[in-house]
Design a protein around this ligand. Structure first.
Ligand SMILES: [Fe+2]
Ligand SMILES: [Fe+2]
Length: 343
């Protein structure tokens, strides 16, 4: 597949296809192939935030009082989250280079910007609470830790396959892994921080996590739409082999996620591993439904981790939930006060 042309006045403004289509490169939001994507773009933009708006002063004091297991898990999970958001920044940009629909290019540009913010937020929280040496160690974790490398192996493979060989099939595979990333891979990490928050620990960090969570929910929604639309525009790829492949990736990802959660969340007060495994399967079911496929864990159609519903399931800006309560305490602070300049 060729990269989309930037400007081609002989083509229509309204794109004839998401990938491999024709479009002039001129974006008129009132004349796009999938009109409701304008709403998605607006929702994404409405979520704008920046890391240094979050007040870390209580977290700075509290970190030392966490148990050793909690401190280790904190650093490992930040290390994990950084391995997901960094490739996502670039993958969002790459998808936009091949997309021949300018509305998709713009939406992916906003998603890429948000992934860049997520990345910076991990440096921001770590620079607030631990030494430079420990900060660097947390970020090295993604290249060094065997369990984490095993867990991320498939995502690296399929993301890099798309770079080397940008076919429509490889784009669908990348979109499958993006759906898994946005809707599943983050959630054991999110659960860890929400669990701390329910014991009133590290509330600044979990506020930041809830902002990231809100973004990822929107990204997951858009990416699953993009997957379904791309599949229906390319019916020859909508075959048993590809669909079977998608189910296999979901099953394997769930197993790896369970293994990871046992590795990083064992001995964390308040987290029941059995419940966590059910939650991972529930997330997988949810993302399968979003991409138009069937649930594979019928016993986990409902969220079995009851306490987390108040944190992770209700972030839609309409309910009085964790996110809204926290946003009332959300005080802009000056970046100079929190040690970020020492980075
Ligand atoms: Fe992200
Ligand atoms: Fe994302």
């Amino acid at each position: 597949m060729q990269k989309a042309k930037t400007l081609e006045p002989r083509n229509p403004n309204k794109s004839t296809g998401i990938f491999n289509g024709k479009s002039s490169g001129i974006l008129n939001w009132n004349d796009i192939a999938y009109p409701h994507w304008h709403k998605m773009y607006k929702r994404l933009l409405g979520n704008y935030w920046q890391a240094d708006e979050i007040n870390m002063s209580n977290d700075i004091k509290q970190f030392a009082s966490l148990s050793q297991q909690e401190q280790d898990a904190y650093l490992k999970i930040i290390g994990l989250l950084a391995t997901l958001d960094a490739p996502q920044t670039r993958t969002a940009l790459l998808l936009s280079l091949y997309a021949t629909d300018p509305s998709v290019q713009s939406i992916m540009a906003v998603i890429a910007q948000q992934e860049a913010v997520h990345n910076e937020s991990y440096s921001y929280v770590l620079s607030s609470i631990v030494s430079l040496d420990q900060q660097n160690k947390a970020f090295e974790f993604g290249r060094m830790d065997e369990t984490l490398l095993k867990r991320n192996k498939n995502i690296a493979k399929y993301y890099n396959d798309f770079v080397e060989n940008p076919t429509t099939e490889n784009i669908l595979k990348t979109l499958t892994y993006t759906t898994l990333l946005e809707g599943l891979f983050f959630y054991s990490g999110f659960a860890y921080f929400y669990n701390l928050a329910r014991y009133n620990k590290m509330v600044g960090t979990s506020t930041m996590i809830s902002y990231i969570n809100r973004d990822e929910l929107e990204h997951g929604r858009f990416i699953s739409e993009l997957f379904r639309a791309t599949l229906s525009e390319n019916p020859e790829l909508n075959n048993d082999e590809l669909i079977e492949w998608v189910y296999e990736q979901f099953k394997e990802s769930v197993e790896l996620e369970i293994e990871w959660s046992e590795y990083v969340l064992a001995d964390i007060e308040g987290i029941e591993l059995e419940e966590m495994h059910g939650y991972i399967k529930y997330r997988a079911n949810k993302m399968l439904r979003l991409i138009g496929l069937e649930e594979i864990y019928p016993e986990y159609v409902e969220n079995p981790m009851k306490w987390i519903r108040a944190y992770a399931d209700n972030i839609d800006g309409t309910k009085t939930d964790f996110f809204e309560q926290k946003s009332r305490q959300y005080v802009k602070v000056n970046a100079i006060d929190n040690g970020f300049d020492d980075l």
